[in-house]
Design a binder for this molecule. Structure first.
Ligand code: HEC
Ligand code: HEC
Ligand code: HEC
Length: 122
């Protein structure tokens, strides 16, 4: 898993450099494959999330591949199961760097749900 993560980083860093984007240190989480192209996501995740929220809250569409829970399942750190706990946590690192403030986690859990279930399963 560690090896896989560093492999991803090796692939990713040159890409980030190639696009001329300065990026903060980022804990990608579990790995795997993002729901959309990573470069596209970097630019468009906020619109995608808002769209997904409207679909769920206003139209009752749930559990599609763009759900916020899904993002957290993958992107929560393998160290603490969170997307916000540390300075390099996934939903924090870029935002701090760019001075973006989001209030999503005042309501939504920032923790990987499967980890919580595992801990609390008897
Ligand atoms: C005041 C509380 C509150 C805040 C703040 C909030 N949400 Fe939500 N959100 C909800 C509730 C309640 C639902 C409906 C719960 C459900 O149906 O799962 C929801 C549902 C969603 C969904 C669809 C369900 C899912 O898991 O995909 C998305 C996406 C979403 N919110 C994104 C966001 C984003 C992004 C932000 C920050 C910009 C945000 N929310 C801020 C309360 C909030
Ligand atoms: C199945 C696991 C998985 C899911 C689900 C997932 N991602 Fe990803 N995502 C990844 C991986 C792995 C990368 C980085 C690898 C790469 O560059 O292709 C990534 C890259 C990204 C990036 C770009 C980060 C960078 O390096 O610049 C953003 C932003 C992002 N994801 C946001 C999201 C959001 C928002 C959601 C939910 C709508 C989500 N991801 C769902 C695995 C996932
Ligand atoms: C690769 C860097 C990066 C990652 C990782 C990232 N974001 Fe963002 N996010 C940004 C940037 C940059 C902006 C501001 C874009 C703009 O102002 O146009 C932003 C904006 C947002 C906004 C809109 C804020 C607003 O005021 O409109 C939301 C919501 C958001 N991000 C949610 C998330 C969530 C949830 C995660 C974790 C799953 C995440 N982001 C991970 C870079 C990132």
């Amino acid at each position: 898993m560690k090896l896989f993560a560093s492999l991803l980083l090796c692939l990713w860093m040159p890409m980030a450099l190639a696009t001329g984007m300065t990026v903060p240190k980022l804990d990608i989480g579990k790995g795997g494959q993002c729901v959309e192209d990573a470069q596209w996501m970097r630019k468009n995740h906020m619109d995608l999330l808002k769209h997904q929220r409207d679909d769920t809250v206003h139209k009752g569409v749930r559990n599609t591949k763009h759900s916020l829970k899904g993002c957290i399942e993958c992107h929560a750190s393998t160290l603490d199961d969170s997307v916000t706990a540390r300075a390099d946590s996934f939903c924090v690192a870029c935002h701090r760097y760019e001075s973006v403030k989001i209030d999503c986690f005042e309501c939504h859990s920032d923790k990987r749900k499967s980890a919580w279930l595992q801990r609390n399963a008897k």
